[in-house]
Design a protein. Structure first.
Ligand code: BGC
Length: 360
């Protein structure tokens, strides 16, 4: 069988022949890939030409956003049976640890399809049952979005936890935050979903014109869309007209510095995006520091997702797909076969959001 891989020294994806997986051993599950999402991390791995291959290998099988069907289970697997729909977790700890897996340092974990472990772009793969989550059939058509959504859920859950710790009894469950999301890629939209499924009011700031597909979709999700260049000037009363939570999904330092000025007192900005190749620039950060000090701001970096966040993603997909069945589907802008997918591992169409590979 074939898989899509990143090979050392090569910038584009390659098709590699990989062996069929053996029958599942004790605790293992044999899965068949149904759908696979492509994301910015895949493109970043490829453009580096230096994938983190599994030890002793020259390529890394790509694919970490996967929806699969259980084909066969090994002994002592009690919670899954053939026919179940599942999504796999991405990150796994190398050894027992007291930290949550998404909080580990580089070197303490593998990530399937990203760091030192093959991903899910082959038609069949094996995994430990402990790394699989069951998916209800009712969300089969959108469950491939669970992984990117889990990344946004983590960002939101981290911010909620910080506020609960700082303001016991007066957190966002009492006083919902006004949210700003920056960026219109898959993580920007995932941030919109995570915030809207909590009924929070969301402004989305992006580069697309107001009459574009993505801007219209953002509004269908109930956000107030503001195109670049139309961002309002700094209000006189930032407490009344500012934001309490900014989910920064672009990685642009310029935009981050600009939008941080709209953070009301006690606000949090979570960084989910990062510039893939950071270019040194001169910025005066003293104003950011001054406002952050005077307004008790928190800036948080967030990567990956814990099982808690995956569960939240699955339940939000259930809730949103019963409320807006077609809108979620619209986030999948490109559906391709694995054979026709290679271009998408290096490019995204200007109005594209998520490319999904569909397996036979
Ligand atoms: C994945 C995360 C992963 C991160 C860094 C993202 O694309 O969604 O699960 O931790 O890349 O490797």
């Amino acid at each position: 069988m074939q898989a899509i891989a990143a090979q050392r020294g090569i910038c584009g994806p390659v098709l590699v022949d990989v062996a069929d997986p053996p029958s599942p051993r004790e605790g293992q599950v044999l899965c068949r890939t149904l759908q696979l999402g492509v994301c910015g991390t895949d493109r970043e791995i490829l453009s580096s030409a230096e994938p983190f291959t599994p030890p002793g290998e020259t390529y890394l099988v790509l694919g970490h956003e996967c929806l699969a069907r259980v084909e066969q289970v090994g002994e002592r697997v009690e919670n899954f049976s053939a026919g179940d729909l599942v999504v796999p977790l991405v990150r796994r700890a190398n050894r027992d640890t007291r930290h949550r897996v998404d909080m580990l340092a580089f070197g303490e974990y593998t990530e399937r399809g990203i760091v030192h472990a093959h991903g899910f772009s082959s038609p069949w793969w094996l995994d430990e049952a402990a790394y699989l989550l069951r998916v209800p059939e009712s969300i089969a058509s959108v469950a491939v979005l669970a992984e990117p959504l889990s990344v946004a859920e983590k960002a939101v859950n981290e911010a909620i936890g910080i506020q609960q710790g700082r303001f016991p009894g007066a957190g966002w469950d009492v006083d919902p935050p006004r949210v700003l999301v920056t960026g219109m890629g898959p993580i920007g939209f995932a941030a919109v979903l995570a915030a809207r499924s909590r009924q929070w009011s969301v402004t989305l700031y992006g580069r697309d014109p107001v009459d574009s597909f993505r801007a219209a979709l953002a509004e269908q999700f109930g956000t107030c869309y503001v195109p670049a260049g139309r961002f309002p000037s700094l209000p006189r009363d930032i407490e009344r007209a500012g934001f309490d939570l900014i989910l920064e999904c672009t990685g642009s330092d310029e935009l981050m510095l600009h939008t941080a000025r709209f953070l009301a007192s006690r606000g949090i900005m979570v960084w989910l995006g990062e510039a893939r190749q950071a270019i040194p620039r001169n910025h005066n950060l003293e104003r950011l520091v001054r406002e952050a000090v005077l307004r008790n701001h928190v800036f948080v970096g967030s990567v990956n997702a814990s099982p808690r966040d995956f569960e939240a993603a699955l339940s939000d997909l259930e809730q949103l797909s019963s409320a807006h069945p077609h809108m979620l589907q619209s986030l999948i802008t490109d559906c391709v076969s694995p054979q026709d997918s290679l271009w998408h591992f290096q490019h995204r169409r200007p109005q594209g959001i998520k490319t999904v590979l569909t397996y036979e």
